[in-house]
Design a binder for this molecule. Structure first.
Ligand code: GTP
Ligand code: MG
Length: 314
Protein backbone atom coordinates (compact mmCIF):
# COMPACT_ATOMS: atom_id res chain seq x y z
CA UNK A 1 0.00 0.00 0.00
CA UNK A 2 1.59 3.31 -0.95
CA UNK A 3 0.75 6.54 0.85
CA UNK A 4 -1.89 7.70 -1.63
CA UNK A 5 -3.54 4.31 -1.50
CA UNK A 6 -3.50 4.33 2.25
CA UNK A 7 -5.21 7.72 2.45
CA UNK A 8 -7.85 6.67 -0.06
CA UNK A 9 -8.58 3.45 1.80
CA UNK A 10 -8.80 5.22 5.13
CA UNK A 11 -11.33 7.67 3.71
CA UNK A 12 -13.19 4.62 2.38
CA UNK A 13 -13.44 3.27 5.90
CA UNK A 14 -11.33 0.14 5.35
CA UNK A 15 -10.42 -1.40 8.69
CA UNK A 16 -6.91 -2.54 7.81
CA UNK A 17 -5.96 0.80 6.34
CA UNK A 18 -7.34 2.60 9.40
CA UNK A 19 -5.28 0.40 11.70
CA UNK A 20 -2.20 1.04 9.62
CA UNK A 21 -2.78 4.78 9.50
CA UNK A 22 -3.07 4.89 13.29
CA UNK A 23 0.18 2.94 13.62
CA UNK A 24 1.80 5.47 11.30
CA UNK A 25 0.80 8.45 13.45
CA UNK A 26 1.56 6.57 16.63
CA UNK A 27 5.12 5.83 15.62
CA UNK A 28 5.57 9.23 13.99
CA UNK A 29 6.71 7.41 10.85
CA UNK A 30 7.38 9.12 7.53
CA UNK A 31 4.15 10.01 5.85
CA UNK A 32 2.33 10.79 9.11
CA UNK A 33 2.16 14.51 8.36
CA UNK A 34 0.98 13.93 4.75
CA UNK A 35 -1.64 11.53 6.03
CA UNK A 36 -2.94 14.00 8.59
CA UNK A 37 -3.01 16.81 6.04
CA UNK A 38 -5.29 14.70 3.85
CA UNK A 39 -7.41 13.61 6.80
CA UNK A 40 -8.02 17.04 8.33
CA UNK A 41 -10.48 18.44 5.73
CA UNK A 42 -12.58 15.27 6.03
CA UNK A 43 -13.06 15.54 9.78
CA UNK A 44 -15.88 17.13 11.75
CA UNK A 45 -18.69 14.69 11.10
CA UNK A 46 -18.21 12.32 14.00
CA UNK A 47 -19.34 13.11 17.51
CA UNK A 48 -16.24 12.68 19.65
CA UNK A 49 -17.01 11.55 23.20
CA UNK A 50 -14.25 11.59 25.81
CA UNK A 51 -14.71 9.35 28.84
CA UNK A 52 -12.52 9.70 31.88
CA UNK A 53 -12.60 8.80 35.56
CA UNK A 54 -10.60 7.15 38.27
CA UNK A 55 -9.10 3.68 37.79
CA UNK A 56 -11.67 0.92 37.97
CA UNK A 57 -14.66 3.27 37.87
CA UNK A 58 -16.19 1.23 35.06
CA UNK A 59 -15.13 3.33 32.08
CA UNK A 60 -14.42 0.38 29.78
CA UNK A 61 -17.67 -1.32 30.76
CA UNK A 62 -19.59 1.89 30.03
CA UNK A 63 -17.81 2.50 26.74
CA UNK A 64 -18.65 -1.03 25.57
CA UNK A 65 -22.33 -0.69 26.47
CA UNK A 66 -22.55 2.72 24.89
CA UNK A 67 -20.89 1.41 21.72
CA UNK A 68 -23.40 -1.42 21.45
CA UNK A 69 -26.23 1.00 22.12
CA UNK A 70 -25.15 3.21 19.21
CA UNK A 71 -24.47 0.21 17.00
CA UNK A 72 -28.04 -1.01 17.53
CA UNK A 73 -29.13 2.33 16.13
CA UNK A 74 -27.22 1.56 12.95
CA UNK A 75 -24.15 3.67 13.69
CA UNK A 76 -20.44 2.96 13.29
CA UNK A 77 -18.37 3.45 16.40
CA UNK A 78 -14.65 3.94 16.83
CA UNK A 79 -13.09 3.44 20.25
CA UNK A 80 -9.65 4.65 21.23
CA UNK A 81 -8.35 3.71 24.67
CA UNK A 82 -5.25 5.11 26.18
CA UNK A 83 -2.69 2.67 27.33
CA UNK A 84 -4.43 0.02 29.39
CA UNK A 85 -0.99 -0.92 30.65
CA UNK A 86 -0.34 2.51 32.12
CA UNK A 87 0.83 2.45 35.73
CA UNK A 88 -2.33 4.29 36.71
CA UNK A 89 -4.90 1.90 35.33
CA UNK A 90 -4.48 -0.88 37.83
CA UNK A 91 -3.18 -3.08 35.06
CA UNK A 92 -6.36 -4.52 33.59
CA UNK A 93 -4.34 -5.44 30.53
CA UNK A 94 -5.59 -8.96 30.03
CA UNK A 95 -9.21 -7.92 30.51
CA UNK A 96 -8.76 -5.16 27.97
CA UNK A 97 -7.16 -7.52 25.44
CA UNK A 98 -10.05 -9.95 25.69
CA UNK A 99 -12.42 -7.06 25.40
CA UNK A 100 -10.75 -5.81 22.25
CA UNK A 101 -10.81 -9.24 20.71
CA UNK A 102 -14.56 -9.50 21.36
CA UNK A 103 -15.53 -6.00 20.28
CA UNK A 104 -13.20 -6.15 17.33
CA UNK A 105 -15.23 -8.92 15.77
CA UNK A 106 -18.01 -6.48 15.01
CA UNK A 107 -17.46 -4.74 11.72
CA UNK A 108 -19.27 -1.60 12.88
CA UNK A 109 -17.06 -1.20 15.92
CA UNK A 110 -13.37 -0.41 15.62
CA UNK A 111 -11.33 -0.55 18.81
CA UNK A 112 -7.76 0.48 19.25
CA UNK A 113 -5.53 1.00 22.22
CA UNK A 114 -2.78 3.60 22.11
CA UNK A 115 0.12 2.07 23.93
CA UNK A 116 3.04 4.22 22.93
CA UNK A 117 4.28 6.64 25.48
CA UNK A 118 7.58 7.62 23.96
CA UNK A 119 10.14 9.51 25.97
CA UNK A 120 9.34 12.58 23.92
CA UNK A 121 5.68 12.45 24.78
CA UNK A 122 3.47 12.49 21.73
CA UNK A 123 0.79 10.30 23.26
CA UNK A 124 -1.86 12.97 23.22
CA UNK A 125 -0.84 14.09 19.73
CA UNK A 126 -1.07 10.53 18.42
CA UNK A 127 -4.40 9.95 20.15
CA UNK A 128 -5.97 13.10 18.79
CA UNK A 129 -4.67 12.11 15.34
CA UNK A 130 -6.19 8.64 15.72
CA UNK A 131 -9.53 10.22 16.57
CA UNK A 132 -9.29 12.42 13.46
CA UNK A 133 -8.53 9.35 11.32
CA UNK A 134 -11.63 7.56 12.60
CA UNK A 135 -13.70 10.69 12.09
CA UNK A 136 -12.51 11.02 8.48
CA UNK A 137 -13.05 7.29 7.92
CA UNK A 138 -16.78 7.78 8.46
CA UNK A 139 -17.38 6.68 12.04
CA UNK A 140 -20.47 8.30 13.51
CA UNK A 141 -19.23 8.24 17.07
CA UNK A 142 -15.64 8.16 18.27
CA UNK A 143 -15.23 7.34 21.96
CA UNK A 144 -11.95 8.06 23.71
CA UNK A 145 -11.36 6.35 27.04
CA UNK A 146 -8.64 7.59 29.37
CA UNK A 147 -7.99 7.15 33.03
CA UNK A 148 -8.39 10.57 34.63
CA UNK A 149 -4.88 10.79 35.96
CA UNK A 150 -2.12 12.74 34.30
CA UNK A 151 -2.00 15.91 32.26
CA UNK A 152 -1.94 14.18 28.85
CA UNK A 153 -5.11 12.28 29.65
CA UNK A 154 -6.94 15.38 30.78
CA UNK A 155 -5.88 17.30 27.67
CA UNK A 156 -7.04 14.48 25.43
CA UNK A 157 -10.49 14.43 26.97
CA UNK A 158 -10.70 18.21 26.63
CA UNK A 159 -10.41 17.86 22.86
CA UNK A 160 -13.60 15.79 22.70
CA UNK A 161 -16.90 17.37 21.66
CA UNK A 162 -18.44 16.04 24.85
CA UNK A 163 -16.45 15.09 27.96
CA UNK A 164 -17.92 12.54 30.34
CA UNK A 165 -16.50 12.10 33.85
CA UNK A 166 -17.25 8.78 35.56
CA UNK A 167 -17.47 8.59 39.34
CA UNK A 168 -18.57 5.81 41.69
CA UNK A 169 -20.59 5.97 44.93
CA UNK A 170 -18.83 6.50 48.22
CA UNK A 171 -15.80 8.33 46.93
CA UNK A 172 -16.26 11.49 48.99
CA UNK A 173 -12.60 12.10 49.58
CA UNK A 174 -11.77 11.13 46.03
CA UNK A 175 -14.17 13.71 44.71
CA UNK A 176 -12.26 16.35 46.65
CA UNK A 177 -8.98 15.00 45.38
CA UNK A 178 -9.85 14.74 41.72
CA UNK A 179 -11.98 17.81 41.47
CA UNK A 180 -9.00 19.99 40.71
CA UNK A 181 -8.04 17.78 37.80
CA UNK A 182 -11.14 16.52 36.08
CA UNK A 183 -14.17 18.12 37.67
CA UNK A 184 -14.07 21.19 35.51
CA UNK A 185 -13.82 19.27 32.27
CA UNK A 186 -17.02 17.25 32.73
CA UNK A 187 -19.88 18.21 30.42
CA UNK A 188 -21.75 15.16 31.69
CA UNK A 189 -21.21 13.32 34.97
CA UNK A 190 -21.90 9.65 35.51
CA UNK A 191 -22.28 7.91 38.84
CA UNK A 192 -21.57 4.35 37.76
CA UNK A 193 -21.93 1.29 40.01
CA UNK A 194 -25.24 2.78 41.10
CA UNK A 195 -26.09 -0.69 42.38
CA UNK A 196 -23.83 0.10 45.32
CA UNK A 197 -24.54 2.00 48.51
CA UNK A 198 -24.05 5.71 48.85
CA UNK A 199 -25.37 6.84 45.47
CA UNK A 200 -27.51 9.59 46.91
CA UNK A 201 -24.70 10.96 49.03
CA UNK A 202 -22.29 11.02 46.12
CA UNK A 203 -24.93 12.74 44.02
CA UNK A 204 -25.48 15.41 46.68
CA UNK A 205 -21.74 16.00 47.01
CA UNK A 206 -21.37 16.24 43.27
CA UNK A 207 -24.30 18.63 43.00
CA UNK A 208 -22.86 20.93 45.61
CA UNK A 209 -19.46 20.92 43.93
CA UNK A 210 -21.02 21.65 40.56
CA UNK A 211 -23.06 24.49 42.01
CA UNK A 212 -19.80 26.16 43.05
CA UNK A 213 -18.24 25.83 39.63
CA UNK A 214 -18.73 28.63 37.14
CA UNK A 215 -18.60 27.49 33.57
CA UNK A 216 -17.97 30.19 31.01
CA UNK A 217 -20.71 28.72 28.81
CA UNK A 218 -23.27 28.51 31.69
CA UNK A 219 -23.95 24.85 30.90
CA UNK A 220 -25.36 22.89 33.81
CA UNK A 221 -23.74 19.42 33.59
CA UNK A 222 -26.32 16.65 34.05
CA UNK A 223 -25.66 13.76 36.43
CA UNK A 224 -26.58 10.30 35.13
CA UNK A 225 -26.72 7.13 37.21
CA UNK A 226 -25.65 3.90 35.55
CA UNK A 227 -24.96 0.25 36.28
CA UNK A 228 -22.69 -0.54 33.37
CA UNK A 229 -22.51 -4.26 34.10
CA UNK A 230 -26.31 -4.49 33.79
CA UNK A 231 -26.63 -1.99 30.93
CA UNK A 232 -28.73 0.28 33.12
CA UNK A 233 -28.81 3.99 32.41
CA UNK A 234 -27.09 3.75 29.04
CA UNK A 235 -29.93 5.44 27.19
CA UNK A 236 -30.00 8.23 29.80
CA UNK A 237 -26.28 8.69 29.26
CA UNK A 238 -26.73 8.90 25.50
CA UNK A 239 -29.47 11.51 26.00
CA UNK A 240 -27.27 13.57 28.30
CA UNK A 241 -24.48 13.45 25.72
CA UNK A 242 -26.90 14.46 22.99
CA UNK A 243 -28.28 17.34 25.04
CA UNK A 244 -24.81 18.82 25.48
CA UNK A 245 -24.11 18.45 21.78
CA UNK A 246 -27.32 20.33 20.97
CA UNK A 247 -26.43 23.00 23.48
CA UNK A 248 -23.02 23.38 21.83
CA UNK A 249 -24.53 23.55 18.36
CA UNK A 250 -26.81 26.35 19.45
CA UNK A 251 -24.03 28.26 21.15
CA UNK A 252 -22.00 28.78 18.01
CA UNK A 253 -19.77 31.44 19.50
CA UNK A 254 -18.93 29.46 22.62
CA UNK A 255 -18.17 26.39 20.61
CA UNK A 256 -15.86 28.36 18.32
CA UNK A 257 -13.94 29.60 21.36
CA UNK A 258 -13.67 26.03 22.61
CA UNK A 259 -12.43 24.82 19.22
CA UNK A 260 -9.95 27.65 19.02
CA UNK A 261 -8.58 26.79 22.45
CA UNK A 262 -8.18 23.16 21.41
CA UNK A 263 -6.45 24.15 18.16
CA UNK A 264 -4.12 26.42 20.10
CA UNK A 265 -3.15 23.65 22.48
CA UNK A 266 -2.61 21.23 19.58
CA UNK A 267 -0.41 23.71 17.72
CA UNK A 268 1.78 24.25 20.76
CA UNK A 269 2.06 20.53 21.22
CA UNK A 270 3.00 19.88 17.60
CA UNK A 271 5.47 22.71 17.67
CA UNK A 272 7.08 21.38 20.81
CA UNK A 273 7.40 17.89 19.37
CA UNK A 274 8.73 19.18 16.08
CA UNK A 275 11.31 21.54 17.58
CA UNK A 276 12.55 18.89 19.95
CA UNK A 277 12.85 16.34 17.16
CA UNK A 278 14.64 18.79 14.90
CA UNK A 279 17.08 19.69 17.64
CA UNK A 280 17.79 16.10 18.65
CA UNK A 281 18.24 15.08 15.03
CA UNK A 282 21.06 17.58 14.63
CA UNK A 283 24.45 15.97 14.44
CA UNK A 284 25.92 15.24 17.81
CA UNK A 285 23.10 16.64 19.94
CA UNK A 286 22.18 13.31 21.49
CA UNK A 287 25.81 12.68 22.47
CA UNK A 288 26.07 16.18 23.91
CA UNK A 289 22.93 15.52 25.91
CA UNK A 290 24.40 12.29 27.28
CA UNK A 291 27.62 14.02 28.22
CA UNK A 292 25.80 16.92 29.87
CA UNK A 293 23.68 14.48 31.87
CA UNK A 294 26.82 12.83 33.18
CA UNK A 295 28.33 16.23 34.01
CA UNK A 296 25.21 17.16 35.94
CA UNK A 297 25.11 13.82 37.76
CA UNK A 298 28.72 14.34 38.81
CA UNK A 299 27.99 17.94 39.80
CA UNK A 300 30.46 19.36 37.32
CA UNK A 301 27.77 21.40 35.68
CA UNK A 302 24.28 22.69 36.42
CA UNK A 303 21.35 21.93 34.07
CA UNK A 304 20.78 25.57 33.14
CA UNK A 305 24.32 26.06 31.90
CA UNK A 306 24.07 22.75 30.06
CA UNK A 307 20.94 23.89 28.20
CA UNK A 308 22.48 27.24 27.31
CA UNK A 309 25.52 25.48 25.89
CA UNK A 310 23.37 23.03 23.99
CA UNK A 311 21.34 25.79 22.36
CA UNK A 312 24.23 28.12 21.55
CA UNK A 313 26.80 25.68 20.16
CA UNK A 314 26.28 24.70 16.56
N1 GTP B 1 -21.11 -3.51 40.76
C1 GTP B 1 -20.73 -2.96 39.62
N2 GTP B 1 -19.54 -3.26 39.08
C2 GTP B 1 -19.18 -2.66 37.93
C3 GTP B 1 -20.02 -1.74 37.25
N3 GTP B 1 -19.39 -1.31 36.15
C4 GTP B 1 -18.21 -1.93 36.11
N4 GTP B 1 -18.06 -2.76 37.17
C5 GTP B 1 -16.92 -3.62 37.49
O1 GTP B 1 -15.83 -2.79 37.90
C6 GTP B 1 -14.59 -3.34 37.46
C7 GTP B 1 -13.81 -2.33 36.63
O2 GTP B 1 -14.52 -2.07 35.44
P1 GTP B 1 -13.82 -1.47 34.14
O3 GTP B 1 -14.90 -1.23 33.16
O4 GTP B 1 -12.66 -2.28 33.73
O5 GTP B 1 -13.30 -0.08 34.75
P2 GTP B 1 -12.29 0.98 34.10
O6 GTP B 1 -12.69 2.29 34.65
O7 GTP B 1 -12.27 0.83 32.63
O8 GTP B 1 -10.91 0.50 34.71
P3 GTP B 1 -9.41 0.96 34.26
O9 GTP B 1 -9.40 1.06 32.77
O10 GTP B 1 -8.53 -0.11 34.79
O11 GTP B 1 -9.19 2.28 34.93
C8 GTP B 1 -14.93 -4.60 36.67
O12 GTP B 1 -14.80 -5.72 37.51
C9 GTP B 1 -16.39 -4.38 36.29
O13 GTP B 1 -17.10 -5.58 36.12
C10 GTP B 1 -21.30 -1.44 37.85
O14 GTP B 1 -22.09 -0.64 37.36
N5 GTP B 1 -21.59 -2.08 39.03
MG1 MG C 1 -10.62 0.60 31.27
Amino acid sequence: MNDRDLIERVLNGETRAIARAITTVESGADGAAELMKAVFPKTGNALVIGITGSPGAGKSSLVDKLAFYYKDKGEKIGIVCIDPSSPFSGGAILGDRIRMATLGLDKNIFIRSMATRGNLGGLSRATVDAVAILDAAGFDKVIVETVGVGQDEVEIVKTADVSVVVLVPGMGDDIQAIKAGIMEIGDVFVINKADREGVLRTQKELESLLSLAHRPDFWNPPIVKTVATESKGIEDLSKAIESFKEFQDNAAEGSLIRKQAIAHWRLLELLQERLLHDLLDKNGTREKLDRAALDIAEKRKDPYTAIEELLTTK
